[in-house]
Design a protein around this ligand. Structure first.
Ligand code: NAD
Ligand code: UDX
Length: 466
């Protein structure tokens, strides 16, 4: 088949994979090649066990793969033939050096940009898909421009991704908006239109928003900061609810009915997780500091501090409720992913909780429908180390909620998986030590029913600690 356009996506992760799979599914005449330096990840994309769990993704990949969707480690070949190149590599928070703990590590962005500059033999539109600090496109443009030749030049666009994990395919197929930032030059605007025409195959024109480069970059950080700020706000209110006997779900519902506030992202929880919110707010804090705006930096930093407080507050309430000691007690953790419908555990509240309980010498039994034991071992022992010996002695990964809850003193729900709403809690109660405590970190459990069975229930923001 001959293709009208060729797209290359550098980075076959949670964003590059789903985003470009959806482009391939919507544009049969466009050849989409997703490349990565990670051979194992590419092998998985080319196998029947794709590396990411995301509802609806597998079906699209299986339908398009080998037709107009390809996965490869041959980065150079994909760059050479592409007209449009998405850069969708990871931009984690820096761990060391200048800005450590706040600034984004742009080493992967720079490496990918340099590769494009080195390999390209014709005009390319380079699209910044990764989330980056404001004015990163400027640095990318400088690298590309410095390598331009008579017949090889580059346009740079910012096209941040707003998908949420667990609903990525739905979000990509029916986005609230697609944002494309460009230089306000003739060539920049032409490149902007070229990318807009790809999205216009399935996204209504009024939802394709075009802006300047820097506005587009900042909008991505701002959107995540505003969303996370709502969660920290409702979580702050959940602490007041517990102290006063108010019910955070009622408060959230009644506040959300105000059309100026709206109902979304007001669900109290054990704390937000995921690879984006914390990283992007810290990035915004660093940007504010760099711009000599310390009050602005402090304002956004408080969103992250409140999230840390919420996790700590919840973990402490477990220990307090279990008579101030969990040493050698058995604790069941239901859910390890940072939210339902994903196997992703990055910055999951469960990691912080389990580490906290291990420091108190509790025995932990974990069940999550999508997170493999190897991932839990990695999360708990590699970063911020729990001793592997301690892990082996204290942690058991189980294949069902019932096995995980067998013989425990407390069940703690940390991810809002639908299956946790309808478990046979009588059966679970029957196998637990008494008094049987159940902690709802996601406000999903049928509390009245559980109380009738005999459970002692503790719910965030409900003030029902017995
Ligand atoms: P990820 O870690 O899942 O994937 C990034 C991939 O890029 C990795 O597989 C890595 O091997 C590859 N890579 C790194 N350098 C490379 C290079 N030079 N050449 C080829 N491949 C290279 O990350 P992700 O979750 O897909 O996030 C990517 C970007 O998108 C980040 O900036 C993130 O902030 C942003 N983002 C993520 C989400 C999300 O929900 N995960 C949503 C919106 C935006
Ligand atoms: C987020 C943004 O929503 C998305 O637009 C961006 O592209 C990437 O970052 P994601 O992190 O995948 O997406 O999931 P999201 O649904 O935003 O949830 C993030 C965290 O907040 C999860 O831990 C979730 O459980 C928590 N959350 C969400 C709450 O605690 N309460 C809420 O009301 C909503």
């Amino acid at each position: 088949m001959s293709f009208t356009t060729k797209i290359c996506c550098i980075g076959a992760g949670y964003v590059g994979g789903p985003t470009c799979a959806v482009i391939a599914s919507k544009c049969a005449d466009i050849k989409v090649t997703i490349v990565d330096i990670n051979q194992a990840r590419i092998d998985a994309w080319n196998s029947k066990d794709i590396p990411i769990y995301e509802p609806g993704l597998e079906e699209i990949v299986f339908a398009q793969r080998g037709k107009n969707l390809f996965f490869s480690t041959d980065v150079d070949a994909a760059i050479l033939e592409a007209d449009l190149i998405f850069v969708s590599v990871n931009t984690p928070t820096k761990k060391t050096g200048m800005g450590a703990g706040f600034a984004a590590d742009l080493a992967y962005i720079e490496a990918a940009t340099r590769r494009i500059a080195l390999v390209a033999k014709s005009h390319k539109i380079v699209i910044e898909k990764s989330t980056v600090p404001c004015r990163t496109a400027e640095s990318m443009r400088k690298i590309l421009d410095a390598n331009s030749r008579a017949d090889v030049n580059f346009d740079i666009l910012s096209n941040p991704e707003f998908l949420a994990e667990g609903t990525a395919i739905k979000d990509l197929q029916n986005p609230d908006r697609v944002l494309i930032g460009s230089m306000q030059t003739e060539a920049g605007l032409k490149a902007q239109q070229a990318l807009a025409s790809v999205y216009a195959r399935w996204v209504p024109k009024e939802r394709i928003v075009t802006t300047r480069l820097w506005s587009s970059e900042l909008t991505k950080l701002a959107s995540n900061a505003l969303l996370a700020q709502r969660i920290s706000s409702i979580n702050a209110l959940s602490a007041i609810c517990e102290a006063t006997g108010a019910d955070v779900d009622e408060v959230s519902y009644a506040c959300g009915l105000d059309s100026r506030i709206g109902p979304k992202f007001l669900k109290a929880s054990v704390g937000f997780g995921g690879s984006c919110f914390q990283k992007d707010i810290l990035n915004l804090v660093y940007l504010s500091q760099s711009l000599h705006l310390p009050e602005v930096a402090d304002y956004w930093n408080q969103v992250v501090l409140m999230n840390e407080y919420q996790k700590r507050r919840f973990a402490e309430s477990v220990v307090r409720t279990l008579f101030n000691t969990i040493t050698n007690k058995n604790i069941c953790i239901l859910g390890f992913a940072f939210k339902k419908d994903t196997g992703d555990t990055r910055e999951s509240a469960a990691i912080a909780m389990v580490k906290y309980f291990l420091k108190e010498n509790a025995n932990i039994r974990i069940y999550d429908p999508k997170v493999p034991a190897s991932q839990m071992l990695y999360d708990l022992t590699v970063e911020d180390k729990v001793d592997v010996e301690q892990y082996n002695k204290r942690v058991t990964v189980c294949d069902s909620a019932y096995t995980a809850a067998d013989g425990v003193d407390a069940v703690i729900v940390l991810t809002e998986w639908d299956e946790f709403k309808t478990l046979d809690y009588k059966r679970i109660y029957g196998k637990m030590n008494k008094p049987a405590f159940i902690f709802d970190g996601r406000l999903i459990l049928p509390t009245a029913e559980l109380k009738k069975i005999g459970f002692q229930t503790i719910t965030i923001g409900k003030g029902d600690v017995e």
